[in-house]
Design a protein around this ligand. Structure first.
Ligand code: M6R
Length: 614
């Protein structure tokens, strides 16, 4: 949610900043801007509504010289997306320019106060208030920029990752963060600044992650200095990034989303390597084994997450309760944090997040920690805030996910949850050896079965245009496939803007059935496992009302095929692993329908990849 880039070094800053913005565009894409201290020491701000390409068009005939600059791609919170509300924002005297990711919650009070002191505002943003406050503190107290930023941030309530530069000073960027991510790349005589490591990896693999309420003083020719907003010096270990540049490219695919759907077999095979032994007889998840007593003795597991990660959590509930026999509750992180939940010291809280930066999930983690629970994170982005704020955890290890609609991260989260359930189930002696061995072997075979599932792509591509007329979809599934129905519906909504709802198939008769007519496509996840016969009855109920059935079925199931208008076959697997296969045709279906409708699949309207505001 909003992307920040900064550069200070010996190269021209503008091309680096623009390239960085393109890499971060998945975080927000309603407007973009750049501020540079030009070669003549003037401070220039260029900004434009729309994509980064619109900014490039706007700036093409402007003076973009200079070896220091900051840039921003926006996801609007305060004020509509337009040129004026785009970042960077100038201070009153245009001597400072600032970019910001987050929300300053007490901006209205500060704004009123500054207005009384003669400040005027151009934009509707909370960000402009912050830059004005910094200028006010700096000039009235005759302070350095560094000190003024520290004092201003002490007054700010809310979340921020900021970077500020100053007219006449081509040698300094001041940056700070609280509850919004900020990474500093350390090169040879140069520094980079970004919301995540993707704009940095091209230049250096050495990074420092700032912690909350820390201010980085980045000066040309000097060592990086980090202080808290209370002026206490801090040192951070320089971390090495493991990401490769090719992971950030589309690799010949039309969209990142399609690339990421296709990557699933390979990525999951890699993620399972080292976690399932070579004989496929044992799973080993270090994070669980290192804390095995906690998991064996846990009275309850609470799973907190948002969006797609919450759907993965629901599957985790089925897996952990079935194999480890520990009661599990799954909560939206946003509800959990505000509803005064009961959290016990012997509870384990599992937080699931692709980005590791989701504000609601981070807040839920804080709450769980305060209550003394052990917190385990499942995260994809290495070094993100969630893995740094949890007691232990597992990375999903499927590489950067750039498409806003989550695909490979979802199946990876379900895979890690499967490993967790099997590991605890074995440690607790809840699984018979025979069952355990059968499940481990089957899990190891999933990447190959995913490969086979991807062969349904052409069939889905062929029928997708038929459904672009639809204004609504219903998705149905039972047991492990109820969360798959929710996830399938979310994918379609997000990228094609077709309204879709997921239900447990048996719930249909309690209300949603009223919606079914010849216009209503109903997607049923109907493998030959679980409540197969009951699912057949649900399909009959849809057909009796002339609904059009698209079913996800087990290979060779002629009965389901005959009942359905369209059926997509997936390989046979254990009931608990069906979600890992069944979600792939649903991802492909959402993708192809959205493409035929002409939607921007990788950057759907109103969304952003990483939701760092509440
Ligand atoms: O990064 P997180 O997994 O914490 O993100 C949670 C949701 O914002 C995310 O899953 C969202 O629902 C996706 N756009 C779904 O495709």
């Amino acid at each position: 949610m909003c992307g920040i880039v900064g550069y200070l070094g010996n190269k021209e800053a503008y091309p680096i900043l623009i390239k960085g913005l393109h890499r971060l565009e998945y975080r927000g894409y309603d407007s973009a801007g750049v501020a540079l201290v030009n070669a003549d020491n003037s401070l220039k701000v260029y900004k434009a509504k729309g994509k980064v390409a619109d900014l490039e068009n706007y700036a093409q005939d402007k003076d973009c010289s200079g070896t220091i600059g900051i840039a921003h791609t926006r996801w609007a919170t305060h004020g509509e997306p337009n040129d004026i509300n785009a970042h960077p924002h100038y201070s009153q005297s245009a001597t400072l320019a600032l970019i910001h990711n987050g929300i300053i919650e007490n901006y209205a009070v500060i704004k009123e106060d500054l207005k009384k002191r003669g400040f005027s505002f151009q934009s509707d943003t909370d960000t402009e208030v912050l830059v004005q406050l910094i200028e006010y503190i700096k000039t009235t107290n005759k302070l350095s920029l560094e000190k003024a930023v520290q004092l201003a941030l002490k007054q700010a309530i809310g979340a921020y990752a900021i970077a500020v530069i100053e007219k006449g000073n081509p040698n300094q960027i001041i940056a700070a963060r609280k509850s919004s991510p900020l990474v500093i790349g350390v090169g040879d005589d140069e520094f980079f600044l970004a919301s995540d490591a993707t704009p940095i990896i091209e230049y250096t693999n050495k990074v420092i992650y700032l912690d909350d309420e820390e201010v980085a003083i980045i000066r040309r020719g000097e060592e990086l200095s980090i202080k808290t907003i209370s002026d206490v010096e801090v040192t951070h270990e320089v971390k090495e990034l493991e990401m490769s540049l090719s992971e950030l490219e589309k690799g010949g695919f039309e969209h990142f989303m399609l690339k990421e759907i296709y990557e699933q077999p390979k990525r999951l095979k890699e993620a399972l390597r080292g976690r399932i032994n070579i004989d496929e007889t044992e799973v080993n998840l270090a994070g669980i084994r290192e804390h095995k007593d906690k998991f064996i003795n846990a009275k309850r597991i609470l799973i907190v997450a948002c969006g797609t990660s919450w759907h993965a959590g629901l599957i985790g509930e089925y897996l952990i309760e079935e194999f480890a026999r520990i009661p599990v509750e799954v909560e939206y992180a946003s509800e959990f944090r505000y509803r005064n939940p009961i959290i016990n010291k012997d509870d384990i809280v599992i937080a699931i997040s692709q980005s590791g930066e989701t504000a609601d999930t981070l807040a839920a983690i804080e709450l769980a920690k305060e209550a003394g629970a052990f917190v385990y994170g499942i995260c994809n982005v290495v070094g993100a805030s969630i893995p740094r704020n949890t007691d232990s955890g597992s990375y999903t290890h499927v590489g950067p996910e750039i498409g806003v609609a989550s695909t490979k991260a979802f199946t990876a989260q379900v895979t890690v949850l499967s490993l967790i359930a099997l590991t605890i189930g074995k440690l607790k002696g809840e699984l018979t050896d025979e069952n355990y061995l059968k499940l481990v072997k089957e899990l190891a075979s999933i990447p190959n079965k995913m490969e086979r599932t991807l062969k349904t792509n052409q069939q889905i591509l062929n029928f997708a245009p038929i459904f672009t007329y639809a204004r609504n979809f219903i998705y149905l599934g039972r047991g492990y496939n109820f969360p798959v129905a929710l996830e399938g519906a979310l994918k379609l909504k997000e990228i094609s803007y077709i309204h879709a709802e997921g239900y447990p198939a048996a719930e249909m008769k309690h209300g949603p059935i009223a919606l079914i007519d010849a216009e209503m496509p109903v997607v049923v996840i109907a493998p030959n496992k679980g409540m197969y016969e009951k699912t057949i009855s649900n399909i009959q109920e849809v057909k009796a009302r002339k609904g059009r059935v698209i079913s996800i079925i087990t290979e060779g199931d002629e009965t389901m095929k005959e009942l359905s208008d369209f059926s997509i076959e997936i390989p046979e697997t254990e009931e608990c692993f069906v979600p890992l296969l069944a979600s792939i045709p649903l991802q492909l279906m959402a993708y192809h329908i959205a493409v035929v409708k002409g939607c921007n699949v990788d950057q759907p309207r109103n969304l952003a990849k990483s939701v760092t505001v509440e």
